[in-house]
Design a protein around this ligand. Structure first.
Ligand SMILES: [Zn+2]
Length: 177
C-alpha cells in the first residue's frame, strides 16, 4: 500500500488561516457533515494516529498539537493523510480543530468553507469559492476526516490518544505533507 502521487493534492503555496479562532468543535464538524460523506466514511479505516512535529510558524501557537492520521479505504486500499491541529492541548470531541486532508473532495468541496469558520486553512485549493461542488457553501468534511475525528474521539475517551506515538516527521508546508 502506498500513497499514490496522483491522489495527493499538492498545495499551491504556504497555508493561510483566514479566521484565527476555529468556530466549531470536532463533534459539530462530524455531526454537520453531509449524509453522503458520513455514509462513505464507514468504508474508511484508520491505519495510524501520530503526533507530528509542527515547524515554528506564525499560524499556530507553540502549544498547538498536530496529529497525523493515515486512513485507508477498505475497498481500494487508497491512503490519505488527515492532519488535525489543536490549539489548546490534547484533542477531545470538544476541541475546536483545524483540519486538513490530502484528497480532492476535501480540497474542492470543503477546504474553502472550513477556512472561513477557522476550522481549516486555504492551502491546497486556490482560494476561489467552491461554486461548482458546494454552491451553498455548506459546512462538512470528507469521508477521511470524518473517520479520523471519529477514531480520535474514541481514543481520547480511553486516554489512548494522549499516549499516541510521537513521530519525527515534520509538516512540510510546501509539499503538503
Ligand atoms: Zn479526504
Amino acid at each position: 500500500m502506498a500513497i499514490r502521487q496522483a491522489d495527493i493534492m499538492k498545495p499551491l503555496g504556504r497555508p493561510r488561516r483566514v479566521v484565527s479562532k476555529p468556530r466549531h468543535t470536532a463533534s459539530v464538524l462530524v455531526r454537520r457533515s453531509w449524509p453522503s460523506r458520513r455514509k462513505s466514511a464507514k468504508q474508511i479505516a484508520v491505519r495510524s494516529v501520530k503526533v507530528i512535529k509542527l515547524p515554528r510558524n506564525e499560524m499556530f501557537k507553540a502549544q498547538t498539537v498536530a496529529y497525523r492520521v493515515v486512513t485507508y479505504s477498505k475497498l481500494n486500499k487508497h491512503l490519505h493523510r488527515v492532519t488535525v491541529f489543536v490549539d489548546s492541548g490534547w484533542f477531545s470531541s470538544k476541541s475546536r480543530p483545524v483540519v486538513d486532508c490530502s484528497c480532492a473532495d476535501f480540497v474542492y468541496t470543503f477546504e474553502y468553507v472550513l477556512a472561513y469558520t477557522g476550522n481549516g486553512m486555504i492551502w491546497r485549493c486556490n482560494g476561489d469559492t467552491p461554486d461548482e461542488r458546494n454552491p451553498g457553501h455548506r459546512l462538512g468534511l470528507c469521508k477521511h476526516a470524518i473517520a479520523a475525528l471519529t477514531v480520535m474521539h474514541r481514543r481520547s475517551l480511553s486516554e489512548k490518544l494522549v499516549r499516541s506515538t510521537r513521530s519525527k516527521a515534520k509538516i512540510n508546508w510546501r509539499r503538503g505533507k
